[in-house]
Design a protein around this ligand. Structure first.
Ligand code: B1M
Length: 208
């Protein structure tokens, strides 16, 4: 089945059709990772393009996000990684001032599937909340997502707070405007451009 149909269903904000097409693609033997990357994430890339061009506005972005989430719900059980992983807790959230949660939830889902215990703090998370929750749950890693260039300084401040606090938590960052160079600059311990890579990075950090 062509992934374009899934892209079109998300772009039509049709949650039921998105779910149906994702289920059908799985039944036809398409890999869950292909459906995720080429179907659901591909659709959100197009949503972003249309927003940039003034063809979509915030309500359209939201409706597309809901369709994507519906499709993700179907994929979730299929995305589990087969390897045995080290035990460890990751506290994850989108940084203060940022409401984007799809990518962050995807990372959380992949980490859970890979065997990590994940405490998902949601969006708009202040630095002191990341630290308090990491302490409460005896976490190894504090993972942060940011989707806006305007919230990158908040990510930097959060990493700095974690380092200053001395709790020994490893920090991991990601999100569309985040790069390896930025991660290095702000002193984050790990960076991944995508959710699958986040699992590799988290495993590496957990084993150090
Ligand atoms: Co917003 N938005 N948005 N938005 N939105 C973007 C990010 C934007 C690029 C659109 C555009 O202009 N083309 C633009 C940011 C521009 C910039 O800063 N450079 C933008 C803007 C401007 C805004 C508002 C300011 C619009 C407004 O109000 N005028 C506003 C800000 C609100 C706020 O946060 N304070 C806003 C609002 C929204 C909605 C609420 C409507 C909605 C979010 C709904 C939700 O998340 N529940 C929304 C959406 C849907 C988008 C786009 C279209 C899609 C984002 C998405 O979900 N992508 C987005 C355009 C785009 O990205 N193409 C856009 C799919 C997701 C799977 O990818 O999140 O990148 P992503 O996650 C990836 C990787 O980045 C990585 O793994 C994921 C999977 O591979 N990753 C990590 C993410 N976190 C990670 C953490 C890690 C590791 C990897 O380790 C910890």
């Amino acid at each position: 089945m062509a992934m374009q149909e899934i892209v079109d269903a998300v772009l039509a904000f049709d949650q039921a059709k998105t779910v149906r097409l994702v289920e059908a693609a799985l039944d036809h033997g398409t890999a869950a990772t292909t459906i995720l990357q080429d179907g659901l994430i591909g659709a959100m890339d197009e949503v972003g393009r249309r927003y940039s061009e003034g063809l979509f506005f915030v309500p359209e972005m939201l409706m597309a996000a809901e369709a994507m989430k519906a499709g993700l719900g179907v994929l979730r059980p299929r995305l589990s990684a087969p390897e045995v992983t080290p035990a460890g807790t990751v506290v994850i959230g989108t940084v203060k001032g940022d409401q984007h949660d799809i990518g962050k939830n995807l990372v959380a889902m992949m980490l859970e599937c890979a065997g990590f215990k994940v405490i998902n703090l949601g969006v708009d998370v202040a630095p002191n909340r990341f630290i308090a929750m990491a302490k409460r749950h005896d976490a190894l890693i504090i993972a942060m997502s940011a989707l806006l260039t305007t919230t990158l300084p908040v990510m930097q401040a959060t990493v700095a707070s974690v380092k200053r606090d001395g709790g020994g938590f490893k920090t991991m960052v990601g999100g569309a405007p985040v790069t390896q160079a930025l991660a290095d600059k702000i002193g984050a311990d790990g960076y991944s451009p995508d959710a699958a890579g986040a699992v590799t990075i988290a495993r590496d950090l957990a084993s150090r």
